[in-house]
Ligand binder design. Structure first.
Ligand code: CA
Length: 173
C-alpha cells in the first residue's frame, strides 16, 4: 500500500488486513521504490500523488526493470487523464478515490485473480469497461498498445490475462 494520506492509509490498511492480506504501508514514492526493490509483492495499491517520487514515476521505474508486479493505481474520480497515464505506464487497473470499500475489495481480488491466471498461462480478455470495444489486437509484447479510434469519446480498456504480464489495450480518441 502506497498512500501518503495518513487517515486514508490507516483505513485501507485496516480494511485489507481484516480481509486477511499481509500489507506493508509506505507513505512516499521513494519508500515505495525501495520496498519494491526489496520484496516481491502480489499487488501494489499505488496512490499517484505522492511526496518525493510520484506514483507514475514509481510505476514507470518498476516496469522499466521488467517487474510485472500487479499494480492498482488510485486516482481521483474526475482525473480521467491520470487514469489513462497510469494504464499507459503499466498499471493493471485503477480504483477511484474516495474509495468505495466494496469496489476496492473487488478490484484487489480481480487483479490478484488475473495475476494468478497469468501465471497459469490461461485466460482471455476478462474486463471491458467504459463502452464498446471497437477493435483490439492482443499481443504478448509490448505490454501496451494504443489504438486511435476517431470520434469515440473516452477510454476503453481491456485487461487481458493470457500472458504472464497483463496486457492493456487502450482505445482513445
Ligand atoms: Ca496522495
Amino acid at each position: 500500500l502506497v498512500e501518503d494520506d495518513t487517515m486514508i492509509g490507516q483505513a485501507v490498511l485496516a480494511l485489507l488486513r481484516r480481509e486477511g492480506y499481509l500489507v506493508d504501508w509506505v507513505q512516499d514514492g521513494a519508500q515505495a521504490d525501495t520496498a519494491l526493490h526489496g520484496h516481491q509483492y502480489d499487488l501494489v495499491l499505488l496512490d499517484l500523488g505522492l511526496p518525493k517520487l510520484d506514483g507514475l514515476q514509481v510505476l514507470r521505474q518498476l516496469r522499466a526493470r521488467k517487474d510485472a508486479t500487479p499494480v492498482l493505481v488510485a486516482t481521483a474520480r474526475d482525473a480521467v487523464e491520470q487514469r489513462i497515464a497510469g494504464l499507459d505506464a503499466g498499471a493493471d487497473d485503477y480504483v477511484l478515490k474516495p474509495f468505495d470499500i466494496s469496489e476496492l475489495q473487488a478490484r484487489v481480488r480481480a487483479v490478484l485473480r488475473r495475476a494468478q491466471g497469468g501465471q497459469r498461462g490461461g485466460g482471455q480478455a476478462r474486463h471491458l469497461r467504459g463502452g464498446e470495444l471497437l477493435s483490439c489486437v492482443v499481443v504478448s509484447a509490448p505490454t501496451s498498445v494504443e489504438v486511435k479510434a476517431a470520434n469515440w469519446p473516452v477510454l476503453i480498456a481491456a485487461i487481458c490475462a493470457d500472458v504472464s504480464a497483463p496486457i492493456c489495450v487502450v482505445v482513445s480518441t
